[in-house]
Design a protein around this ligand. Structure first.
Ligand SMILES: [Fe+2]
Ligand SMILES: [Fe+2]
Length: 243
């Protein structure tokens, strides 16, 4: 944990990055004039730009994660029942987990949230567990990606291994994201100033565009929807039980 903290660059107020963000959105001006951060961010919002707070941003990314967990569950069932499906579905899903969740979403949490909680001495054991789970998640994804080839799946042992990996991944990430949504994210507002809170939202948005282009989130959701269509689980209404 200590090594993790030392190796992380804490984006604190006054750093070049945040200063740029504050100036860009006028939050600093808000402090000087006494206008609330919320009002000012709204007033300075550029045309067509979404107003997304840091927890809302992270939670909608958890929505993408949830949809992939459902894809994993469906694929796991097909594997267990020896039902044929296109292995590219699993490969493409694991790639989204690797890039969008691992390299992007979890990096945001590790760069911008976890160090703030550690520095504030709040929820440290939870942060430590979440951090370890990110690392375990990446290892599982690496192993899934090695196994999702038509050749390896002719081997019954590899199929069982893949079923186990999908199970382990889902079992860990359901509580992982639930704890972040209900405990960690709601506590963020209590440990950062209002200005820092809104500046973080802008920082997240900048990173999203940097990683995935202007319609970053929309593009990822579309990719997931296409995978769901291939797998036959896209229609939300089909999940409603007949009573
Ligand atoms: Fe996380
Ligand atoms: Fe998360």
């Amino acid at each position: 944990m200590e090594t993790f903290i030392k190796n992380k660059q804490l984006p604190v107020e006054g750093s070049e990055n945040n200063r740029r963000t504050f100036l860009k959105k006028g939050v600093l001006l808000g402090t000087l004039t006494g206008v609330t951060g919320l009002g000012l961010v709204t007033a300075c919002k550029e045309e067509g730009e979404p107003e997304v707070s840091p927890p809302e941003d992270l939670m909608r990314e958890h929505g993408v994660l949830s949809r992939i967990l459902l894809i994993y569950d469906t694929c796991k069932l097909h594997l267990a029942n020896n039902e044929q499906f296109d292995m590219a579905i699993l490969k493409n899903s694991a790639e989204i987990i690797r890039t969008f969740i691992g390299d992007y979403h979890e990096k945001l949490e590790e760069d911008f949230l976890f160090p703030r909680f550690v520095n504030a001495n709040q929820l440290v054991p939870l942060v430590q567990t979440l951090y370890i789970q990110h690392s375990t998640g990446k290892k599982i994804t690496g192993q899934i990606l090695q196994l999702v080839t038509p050749v390896s799946l002719k081997n019954a042992e590899d199929t069982q291994k893949l079923i186990r990996l999908l199970h382990d991944f889902n079992r860990m990430y359901h509580p992982h994201k639930a704890w972040e949504d209900t405990i960690l994210f709601p506590a963020l507002r209590k440990i950062v100033s209002k200005n820092e809170y809104f500046a973080l939202g802008e920082e997240f948005e900048d990173r999203e565009h940097e990683f995935f282009g202007e319609n970053g989130f929309g593009t990822i959701v579309e990719k997931v929807a296409n995978i769901e269509k291939q797998l036959g689980i896209y229609e939300l209404s089909e999940f409603t039980p007949q009573l």
